[in-house]
Ligand binder design. Structure first.
Ligand code: UDP
Ligand code: MG
Length: 307
């Protein structure tokens, strides 16, 4: 029998985890495969770990990994993928926003239609604050323009993959892991399944507007070097403007002499150019900071306990 590994990142999901497990097990019997469910407790502050221990005690298919602190969802997904032993691997959120009813369809598309991965995509952004939808759309438009790696608007992290594709994802050893991008970067054939957005079953979202904003910058810096080109472009543009300005001043001096005037405009120019320089240095700094983290080669997560 083939085996399916379900990887579930959990951060403060004491209420959701048992509900999630019930739903998955209720669907699992429809699929002719063995199941292994790997909960990754990402340093939860509530009693998620105790809940996972008891679930693992009751169900032989359930395993868990407990981090020494909160390392973030990307780290939890990585740990789950690294510890999975199945022939097919599926990544799902613990809050049941990724409907387990799609699992048989996903499995079917991989086994019978020959896809390497099947990913779920939300039909629309209903139930999301409009301002968040607005910025999310802008983000996808921007990143698809400046990065070679295509990112699908509305794509979730809910995805079933073959062992071969997971091994490819695991062969990317980078420290800054923007999972959405990595899944797309490795290639392979992906089928997209659309579904209606569902609210969380319990607990609350860990994403604030600000953390999403930071996450989007993460994605841009990990998958595009275009911002560096933009700062070079500004550098070039300003040199050009300076030459035009110098020519203008020389001609005016020849024609009208040199009365002292225009310190306000000079001050404005200095401020503006200084701003552009700092902005460009900031962009450069972002890339250097990322390289710094990569070079240090720290582990992406640290495990405290597992079963
Ligand atoms: N999560 C995690 N570590 C974190 C934040 C979130 O493992 O630092 C997990 C969380 O438990 C859930 C999934 O990632 O299973 C998605 O998080 P959430 O539901 O808060 O995000 P949303 O669905 O609102 O985008
Ligand atoms: Mg959620």
């Amino acid at each position: 029998m083939p085996k399916i590994s379900v990887v579930v990142p959990c951060y403060n999901e004491e209420e959701s985890a048992p509900l999630f497990l019930n739903e998955v097990l209720a669907v699992a019997y429809k699929i002719p495969a063995d199941f292994e469910i790997i909960f990754v407790d990402d340093g939860s502050k509530d009693s998620t770990l105790q809940v996972l221990r008891s679930l693992a005690g009751e169900h032989p298919q359930v395993r868990y990994i407990n981090f020494s602190r909160n390392f973030g969802k990307e780290a939890a997904v990585l740990a789950g993928l690294e510890h999975s032993t199945g022939d097919y691997i599926v990544v799902m959120d613990a809050d049941l926003q990724h409907p387990p009813v799609l699992l048989p369809q996903m499995y079917d598309a991989i086994v019978n239609e020959g896809f390497d991965s099947v990913a779920a995509k939300r039909k629309n952004r209903k139930g999301e604050p409009p301002i968040r939808s607005f910025f999310a759309r802008r983000f996808y438009r921007l990143i698809n323009r400046i990065s070679q790696t295509e990112m699908m608007d509305g794509a979730t992290d809910y995805r079933m993959m073959t062992r071969q594709m997971v091994d490819a994802v695991l062969s990317l050893k980078e420290y800054n892991r923007f999972t959405k991008g990595l899944f797309s970067w490795v290639g392979f054939n992906t089928k997209w399944l659309e579904y209606e957005n569902v609210p969380r079953v319990a607990g609350e979202t860990k994403w604030s507007f600000f953390s999403l904003f930071k996450y989007s910058l993460e994605g841009i810096i990990s998958f595009s070097v275009r911002p560096l080109a933009i700062s070079s472009f500004f550098g070039f543009l300003f040199c050009l403007l300076a030459f035009v300005g110098i020519a203008f001043l020389i001609i005016r001096w020849i024609m009208f002499g040199d009365p002292v005037q225009g310190w306000v405009s000079t001050a404005c120019i200095i401020l503006f150019v200084g701003g552009v320089q700092l902005f460009s240095t900031g962009i450069l700094g972002q890339y250097i900071a990322k390289s710094y983290l990569e070079v240090k080669g720290r582990p992406v997560y640290i495990i405290k306990e597992k079963k």
